[in-house]
Design a protein around this ligand. Structure first.
Ligand code: AR6
Length: 169
């Protein structure tokens, strides 16, 4: 059975097979999680992203992790909460498509940030149950994924995720 962990911390420091980036559709970098990951991974990450031809909202693409502890970065593009009327569907899709890439690459441990809840404005109380529910449904069907770690930045986010995890049982 897949193990779930919830930690407050920095996504770039996670020692897992893959960390997920909260990217935008250009895949060419930005602020928040994206900026931190590019800074820690080094310039080769941007060079690798430049070859990917962008990524649609709700989808994901994969690169090596370069100087990160994680072997891979999965670049997921979440929706803007206010700019995208189908935000709930697209947020779930970003998590699912990330996990599909993980499965395809034999990844058994993966760390997610709270996609879309920063610059993209998605309220944490709505995003946390979508993140936890979508991931939980996926790993029930794909038990080869041994560890999913949700990495959050704030105490408030931690509480929202804890509530969502408690509601799973
Ligand atoms: N580790 C873990 N969580 C973090 C970190 C970190 N180092 N830094 C921020 N957070 P955001 P988005 C939290 O804005 O909303 C970029 O410019 C943060 O508190 O990184 O999907 C991209 O290029 C928040 O809860 O991602 C896109 O243009 C969550 O991570 C756009 O921002 C996500 O915040 C994507 O916006």
């Amino acid at each position: 059975m897949t193990r779930f962990e919830l930690v407050r911390g920095n996504i770039v420091e996670q020692d897992v097979d893959a960390i997920v980036n909260a990217a935008n559709s250009s895949l060419l970098g930005g602020g928040g999680v994206d900026g931190a990951i590019h800074e820690a991974a080094g310039p080769e990450l941007l060079a690798a992203c430049e070859l990917l031809d962008g990524c649609e909202t709700g989808a994901a693409k994969i690169t090596p992790g370069f100087q990160l502890k994680a072997r891979y970065v999965i670049h997921a593009v979440g929706p803007g909460y206010y700019s995208e009327p189908r935000h709930a569907e697209l947020l779930a899709s970003a998590y699912r498509r990330s996990l599909e890439l993980a499965t395809a690459h034999g990844i058994t441990s993966i760390a997610f940030p709270a996609i879309s809840t920063g610059i993209y404005g998605y309220p944490l109380d709505e995003a946390a149950p979508i993140a936890v529910g979508t991931v939980s449904a996926y790993v029930r069907e794909h038990p080869a994924i041994e560890l999913v770690r949700f990495v959050v930045w704030s105490a408030d986010a931690e509480q929202r995720y804890q509530d969502a995890l408690n509601n799973l049982h």
